[in-house]
Write a protein that binds this ligand. Structure first.
Ligand code: HEC
Length: 142
């Protein structure tokens, strides 16, 4: 019970922080004027981008793209166009690494694809983005 509400509080706090693009508007922050934000805690998993990418993939991508990247995740139903099937060699050959990293970071709408493909603006570490792209490539059999 307690742990559940704590988790909820953390989620809500994270959502609130993520929602405000600027902290300098003098609006609702209770942190005072000049206090710099504390350094972000390093990602779990020892900072290994490949491990981090796999964790992110199973948390954020599998619901739509499926464990094997076939576009058949539980949340894929009803999406038109459907989530991309990464195991399709023709698709793999048709996109550049740069394109994959861009759509993952900025979302489908940013590259002229379905807005149902969400942006992941917090994935700003190029090493993690590259590892995520490599994971997408690996699901294509390479
Ligand atoms: C809410 C469902 C959803 C989630 C979550 C999601 N995607 Fe997608 N994704 C889509 C849909 C829908 C498309 C198809 C877009 C299109 O073809 O217009 C897509 C397309 C893609 C493409 C192909 C782009 C192209 O040009 O063909 C890649 C790569 C991709 N997603 C990667 C990811 C990764 C990596 C994650 C996790 C960080 C992720 N997606 C999470 C729905 C989702």
């Amino acid at each position: 019970m307690n742990r559940r509400s704590l988790t909820l509080a953390i989620v809500l706090t994270a959502a609130a922080c993520g929602g405000s693009k600027s902290d300098n508007t003098g609006g609702g922050t209770a942190s005072g004027t000049a206090a710099p934000a504390p350094a972000p805690t390093p990602p779990a998993g020892g900072g290994d981008p490949t491990a981090k990418a796999k964790e992110i993939f199973s948390q954020r991508c599998v619901p739509c793209h499926g464990t094997e990247g076939k576009g058949d995740g539980v949340a894929s139903k009803g999406l038109t166009p459907p989530p991309r099937n990464f195991s399709d060699p023709a698709w793999q050959a048709s996109v550049t690494d740069e394109h994959i990293e861009k759509i993952v970071h900025y979302g489908g709408a940013a590259v002229g694809k379905s807005p149902a493909m969400p942006a992941n603006p917090d994935l700003s570490d190029p090493a993690v983005l590259a590892a995520l792209r490599a994971h997408v490539r690996s699901l294509g059999g390479k």
